[in-house]
Design a binder for this molecule. Sequence first.
Ligand SMILES: Cc1cc2nc3c(=O)[nH]c(=O)nc-3n(C[C@H](O)[C@H](O)[C@H](O)COP(=O)(O)O)c2cc1C
Length: 263
Amino acid sequence: MAAENTDVIPLLTPYKMGEFALSHRIVLAPLTRDRSYNNVPQPHAAVYYSQRATKGGLLITEATGVSDTAQGLPDTPGIWTKEHVEAWKPIVDAVHQKGGVFFVQLWHVGRVSNNDYQPGGRAPLSSTDKGLTPDLYGLNWSPPRQLATDEIRGIVNDFRLAARNAIEAGFDGVEIHGASGYIIEQFMKDQVNNRTDKYGGSLENRCRFALEVAEAVIDEIGAERVGMRLSPYSDINEARDSDPDGLGLYMANALSKLDHTST
Ligand SMILES: Cc1cc2nc3c(=O)[nH]c(=O)nc-3n(C[C@H](O)[C@H](O)[C@H](O)COP(=O)(O)O)c2cc1C
């Protein structure tokens, strides 16, 4: 029997992620922390993230709101105002000083929210007007308002502007949060999306919003700086699909094609 090679620990071997030469494969997963008071990232985040940074290691920030309608929890960070961008800069610098590669996760919660977190106390926005089960996870959710077809481009544009801000703040790239039952999944998954326009019904229609977001962000900052998190098999936040294999494959193929559209 051949002796096992114990010299190489695969997690500690380099990985070429597009143009980023990572020196190992251990990534900081996005982790919501609720410590960005009034949606402004705080100086202590520079300590938190730089403690987790290594030379050539990839870090992804906690989910970060793309607009004032994107929030569903208290004190999660944003990246839609100048103040947010300025607050992120020293945090990004601290990670870069340690040699880390730093992506910000771009987030819109859609219906996973409450009027208290929405501008003017209005209803959360979603693909649907079907709400979450009122006391799901012991929290208080408000009924959402279904976006009109011509409002959807405004949310797509929020992701684009957030990506622009991310680059201004110094981030190396962005991860679009397309997982865990938030707005992108509220469009993608057939047990949530009950639209009858071009954003609902067929698989292609349900994925249209996700792909428009990806295209806009790629157009803004280049494909090599953009990823999307997907969770077709998850039913967190009551977002379930009857054919997760089909959904996951469709999205993976469609996103791969977008990889080559940017210059
Ligand atoms: C407290 C907490 C906060 C989280 N916040 C986010 C988040 O902001 N964005 C995200 O995509 N996933 C988030 N997750 C999911 C984690 O990134 C990760 O997928 C999960 O902890 C499972 O880890 P595993 O895949 O290593 O088992 C969160 C998980 C926890 C426990």
